[in-house]
Design a protein around this ligand. Structure first.
Ligand SMILES: [Zn+2]
Length: 253
């Protein structure tokens, strides 16, 4: 397999107590987990491609903390600082993929000055005028709040559907958690690895219940989630989660 990538999880935010039944459909009520926001860094072993999948949340403000769960960012977790603490220069990043535009996935890309930012056109369109129930997640129509992704709008390149960006680096349209969610598939030494955004918040979304994957509780349709799970079964051998500390059991994938 030519053009392989090595993947590394970076902690770019932390929810001290996230209700499990918001990650897992029909999850246990009254149970919370400590959950990271993960930015996945992927470096090519044979070219200068250096990719980030999602960039985490912005530091909460007085306005945003009124409608978001308690969240910690701090200087050390901001994506450009998290990169530096792992010895990676933010200027090296060639591509950012936003799996979707929820507030906890797309901040501080303005500090990655050389990155081209890829996001599904359908997600961009929805994020500016979502249904009422989804306004908070996209930070849309809130007084004194500019959605984080808009701060890097000048470098956003809308994509449509499945695209192969470079050998071993592919983006799939995987609707389910949101209308325009993407997954990113990388060739690695261990086979194909997919970062699936919030379709897979926790390991259990993929490992499932009696062999059946568990959709995220926040979804735009159960059928779409199962269609996207089927896609992932075909397209990758390893599926990575977006909000699960167990991802840090390994430092490299
Ligand atoms: Zn989300």
């Amino acid at each position: 397999m030519d053009n392989q990538f090595v993947l590394q999880p970076l902690e770019v935010g932390r929810f001290p107590a996230f209700p499990l039944n918001r990650f897992l459909l029909n999850g246990e009520p009254d149970k919370s987990v400590e959950a990271p926001c993960i930015s996945w860094f992927a470096r090519s072993t044979s070219s200068d491609l250096a990719i980030l999948v999602d960039t985490g949340p912005a530091e909460p403000t007085e306005e945003t903390s009124k409608f978001h769960l308690p969240l910690e960012v701090g200087e050390k977790r901001k994506v450009h600082n998290a990169l530096k603490s792992h010895g990676i220069d933010p200027e090296e990043i060639t591509h950012v993929v936003f799996t979707h535009l929820h507030f906890d996935h797309c901040a501080y890309a303005q500090h990655l000055p050389n990155a081209k930012i890829l996001v599904q056109k359908s997600e961009l369109q929805y994020a500016v005028a979502p249904q009422k129930a989804h306004l908070g997640g996209y930070e849309a129509s809130r007084p004194n709040v500019i959605p984080s992704w808009m701060r890097s709008f000048d470098r956003i390149v809308p994509i449509e559907g499945d695209i192969s960006v470079a050998p071993g680096f592919q983006i799939l349209l995987l609707p389910g958690h949101t209308y325009g969610s993407s997954g990113v598939v990388f060739n690695t030494a261990q086979g194909r690895c997919a970062v699936a955004g919030d379709l897979i918040n926790q390991v259990e979304n993929w490992e499932g219940d009696n062999g059946r994957h568990i959709p995220p509780a926040a979804n735009i349709g159960i059928d779409q989630c199962h269609e996207s799970f089927k896609r992932l079964e075909k397209e990758a051998e390893t599926i990575l989660a977006s909000h699960d500390y167990r991802m840090f059991d390994k430092t490299r994938y």
